[in-house]
Design a protein around this ligand. Structure first.
Ligand code: PGA
Length: 260
């Protein structure tokens, strides 16, 4: 039986930053209202966070941002601090997403600073880690993934279970190429093992999400793996139907697991 509540998070990326985002969030709040036993998070663009924050307040849907700056405030044109995200209604923040690492220069050290800032502000980080295709083919998957994890492990162990980790193989993001359940489970088990080496409760309580082309068609196989506690969903989170289906699949899995 899995003891961790499944977590399904939707990463909207640079989509639905206005009225359509507000509408999508409202529909989701209504659709997942009765689906207990699963934690549901959405990460819309900055521009609609505050508006959606009023809509999701006191509902089962929690709000995340897709990035944050590590400093509290100051002359950082175009940046948003963790304190601002809390004010907008965020409970979570996605940090170290591979698109940030690849396109915007986020490094392990930079992600570490952001995780520190998020935890200090009371935001729960979803720390993304994952290897590129070239790294996988060179046999470097574990080294890369565990190296990215090691950069934040001591920080997230201060309050075990507060942060989530998302394993997202870069080659599976937005490509339709999903890692097979055995492939994903192998890396998830290694991540959990590394967390447990640091502190047993960190290994036991941290939710490790899989991300990369998760869809209703492949979610069940992934979510039933022992060390996969949820999903970080990109494309399939942009439509109510597909996202809610994934939430339902996670819930059915949780029910089956608690019946065993
Ligand atoms: P995808 O994105 O589901 O569209 O592959 C996942 C992510 O980048 O978080």
């Amino acid at each position: 039986m899995k003891e961790r509540t499944p977590l399904i998070a939707g990463n909207w990326k640079m989509h639905h930053g206005g009225q359509s985002g507000f509408a999508l969030a409202s529909e989701l709040v209504a659709a997942v209202g009765g689906l207990d036993d699963v934690d549901v998070v959405i990460a819309p663009p900055f521009t609609v966070l505050a508006a959606i924050g009023t809509e999701t307040e006191n509902t089962r849907v929690e709000l995340a941002a897709q990035n944050a700056h590590a400093k509290l405030e100051g002359a950082f044109t175009g940046e948003i601090s963790c304190g601002m995200l809390v004010e907008a209604g965020c409970k979570w923040v996605i940090l170290g997403h591979s698109e940030r690492r690849q396109l915007f220069g986020d490094t392990n050290d930079g992600v570490r600073e952001k995780v520190q800032a998020a935890m200090a502000a009371g935001l729960r980080p979803i720390v993304c880690i994952g290897e590129t295709l070239a790294q996988r083919e060179a046999g470097e998957t574990m080294e890369v993934v565990l190296g990215q994890l090691d950069a934040v492990t001591d920080l997230i162990s201060v309050k075990a279970g507060t942060a989530a980790v998302a394993y997202e193989p870069v080659w599976a993001i937005g490509t339709g190429r999903v890692a097979g359940p055995e492939q994903a489970q192998e890396v998830h088990a290694a991540i959990r093992g590394r967390l447990a080496e640091h502190k047993a409760s960190l290994g036991a309580q941290t939710r490790i999400l899989y991300g990369g082309s998760v869809k209703p068609e492949n979610a069940a196989g992934l979510l039933e793996c022992e060390d996969i506690d949820g999903a970080l969903v990109g494309g399939a989170s942009l439509k109510v139907d597909s996202f809610v289906k994934i939430v339902q699949i996670a819930r059915e899995g949780a029910e089956r697991s608690s019946a065993n």
